[in-house]
Design a protein around this ligand. Structure first.
Ligand code: MN
Ligand code: MN
Length: 300
């Protein structure tokens, strides 16, 4: 990355850090999930960034990929463990970060363990670190706290306009001997559940987040309104994940209906909501780092 690109990336990181600090005061029992989401997305825009994906607000056993749909009336229940995961990009230079807020004393230790595992991984990572070793550090930190990592959720390399571009950072010790490169950008994100959890997530039926790869869409086969919506999505989100909430700003008549048709016919990629297999609560901590010779710089 050249200096200009780095500058934009670091700027996105500072925006994400500022927005993240303000989430704690938003998460309260009875607040609509969509309110938290839209507040976060608006803050990102007012700070001069763009959401790199729909703000995720995941409650308890819902581990990831839940962002309220336009008609979602659900609220934060009592004693909830709430994860808020947000992405910021400037001109395609993306950062990805998340926090967990526990409204329950019993679940709070999961949050502490996720944060501790993230701190340990951040301290450990530098140019040349093996991916599997980072997973081992995360796993052992979580297990020492008496909990279990979610083995099939991982951190990930980030590249321009590509949220999951390249290698994954495991949350458990696996024999991945590939090394982290100097100058690479990684999101590190431990997920933690109780010891009696399955330690893995499974797909729920619902999907609330979508992505369009315009190169894979047979434009000639689409109806006019479908074509117009595909063009809107491509122009505005450029291959990054988006929420149907964001389609209401398009000038296409009945954008949500048209979108549903596109999804049903397989034109658009959907991300299933991910839930803990034994429905145990999950905590997450995430930051984005820029890898340097002797360590890393936390951007978010
Ligand atoms: Mn994230
Ligand atoms: Mn991530």
């Amino acid at each position: 990355m050249n200096e200009e690109a780095l500058d934009l990336l670091f700027q996105a990181g500072r925006i994400a850090a500022r927005v993240k600090e303000r989430i704690y005061s938003l998460v309260k029992e009875g607040v609509k999930l969509v309110e938290v989401c839209e507040a976060v997305e608006m803050m990102i825009e007012s700070e001069g960034g763009k959401p790199a994906f729909p703000c995720n607000v995941c409650v308890d056993e819902v581990a990831a990929h839940y962002s309220p749909l336009p008609d979602d009336q659900s609220t934060i229940p009592p004693n909830a463990l709430v994860k808020v995961d947000l992405g910021v990009h400037i001109d395609g230079y993306i950062v990805d970060t998340a926090i967990s807020v526990s409204l329950s004393k019993e679940k709070q230790p999961l949050v502490a363990a996720a944060e501790e595992a993230l701190r340990a991984a951040v301290k450990f990572i530098k140019a040349g670190t093996r991916l599997g070793e980072i997973g081992a550090v995360i796993q052992s930190t979580i297990q020492k706290a008496g909990f279990k990592p979610i083995k099939n959720l991982t951190g990930h390399e980030i590249s321009r306009y590509n949220l999951h571009g390249g290698a994954s950072i495991p949350n458990i010790a696996i024999p991945d001997i590939r090394r982290v490169a100097k100058g690479a950008v990684y999101a590190i994100e431990p997920f933690v559940s109780f010891a009696n959890a399955a330690g893995e997530v499974v797909n729920a039926d619902a999907s609330t987040i979508f992505r369009l790869d315009v190169k894979k869409v047979p434009m000639a086969k689409l109806k006019l309104d479908e074509k117009a919506l595909v063009e809107y999505i491509d122009e505005n989100f450029k291959g990054l994940p988006y929420s149907p909430r964001w389609l209401r700003a398009s000038k296409v008549p009945d954008p949500l209906g048209v979108h549903e048709r596109l999804v049903k016919t397989g034109r658009i990629h959907k991300y299933p909501v991910l839930v803990e297999k034994r429905r145990q609560p999950v905590a997450q901590a995430e930051c984005t780092v820029y890898v340097e010779e002797n360590g890393c710089r936390v951007l978010t």
